[in-house]
Design a protein around this ligand. Sequence first.
Ligand code: UDX
Length: 487
Amino acid sequence: MSTEMEESESAAHVLLLPFPAQGHITPMLSLAQLLCHAGIHVTFLSTEHNHRLLTQRRALSARFPTLHFESIPDALPPDQAPTIHSLHDISSSLRSVTKPLLRDLLITLAKKDDESYRSTTIRCPPLSCVIIDGIMCFAIDVAEEVGIPVLALRTVSACSFWCYSCIPDLIQQGQLPFQDQDMDHPIRDIPGMEALLRRRDLPSFCRMPIDHPSFKFFMEQIEAITRVSAIIFNTFDDLDPLILPQIATRFHKIYTLGPLHALLKSRVGDDLSSSVSSLRHEDRRCMAWLDSQQSGSVIFVSFGSLAKLSRVQLLEFWHGLINSGKPFLWVVRSDMLSSGQEERATPVELEDGTKERGYIAEWVPQEEVLAHKAVGGFWTHSGWNSTIEGIWAGVPMLCWPQLVDQQVNSRWVGEGWKIGLDMKDTCDRSTVEKMVRALMEEGDQREQIFKSVDNFAKLARHAVSEDGSSYKNLEKLIEDLNEKIVM
Ligand code: UDX
């Protein structure tokens, strides 16, 4: 046996299992690259549709020889995007179709001498650990059965994760389900955020009856994740000093590695574009349009990969943007309109206003857009990736949350970290105009927000630098995976 092979046989081999949606694949793929960069073998297991999209681009496999892409069936229609209402169906399909196949794959990969799977160029050691997305908890049963340690990457913020964890307590205290319709009623019993949240800031599934399948889905995940050996968060210690110690009271091992996209650049370099994880085609012409705009003048509008708008909402947003008089770059995905609300003729004033000072794209290189000097504000749905990308770029945010964790994130943006404005639950054109102006125009409010987001951007840079917390935590994770001590 060659020395290279002996080394390789003793190295860690980790299977990463992302949830099949863009906002989950992106951070998991950043983690994959960080681990491969440290010499760890990674099997990146995607559902078939996403696997095809990811492996069309060869750049990743060429750059990381220990990164192995594998696929697994999920029996879902190829273009089914998850929604809060379909989560239960997706989860059932993953349980019934994917789970038994995952079991077979783990058994195969864990066998020391299995030749069928191993790469021809680099020998792949037996599987030593599984890192699942924090809402793929069906895989915990499988890993436990096969006897492989399991960790979770939680792609939501630490603050929303902590809120989720406290939901059983809120139910026990009678605070959930809500007793009346007062959505501004304060929620005082979540440790670490006592004076912060109102009912409307709780995760969106708290607005559902507690016997709704989606509510039950989240309760199952909250319960199941207590069984993993460790949880990885895409945050950094200085962003969540009140919340991380709370999480540590219930979860004995956590690794904060955020912002993951920035840690990747700091550790691995930026020769690979962030587009390698994109499941959609990017319109790069928007970058030339941004080049033609004045510094700090543009509001960038993007609601992530899943949010849906009704036609009424779309038109209210559009009118508000045009009436604000600010230049805008707006991502309007082809699947963003709710079904049954297809495109109709656009009012002429919107067409004209957009030609004059707007750019609408189906999908853009968001990290690059946020880093562009023309961008002075970010109107976001407060998805966690977008939020931490906005923090990294030091761009003030306007929040219009829609789903799940986004309600919590936007409250933290507005009132916790004070790095933006929270517009949740309203979307009329005059509010949009007023909020866009407040975010983009000079004044005390913008100055305070800018100071605060700039401070967090600096702290984020420190976190991913060589003596920063995320950098050191990654070292620790790599060491623990190699020593096989994350059990
Ligand atoms: C969802 C949740 O909102 C999020 O909080 C959770 O952690 C993962 O699932 P999504 O709604 O898609 O994800 O939002 P977000 O987390 O912001 O992720 C969207 C990703 O798509 C970001 O990384 C963003 O940079 C990228 N994006 C978005 C683009 O690359 N181009 C675009 O045009 C729009």
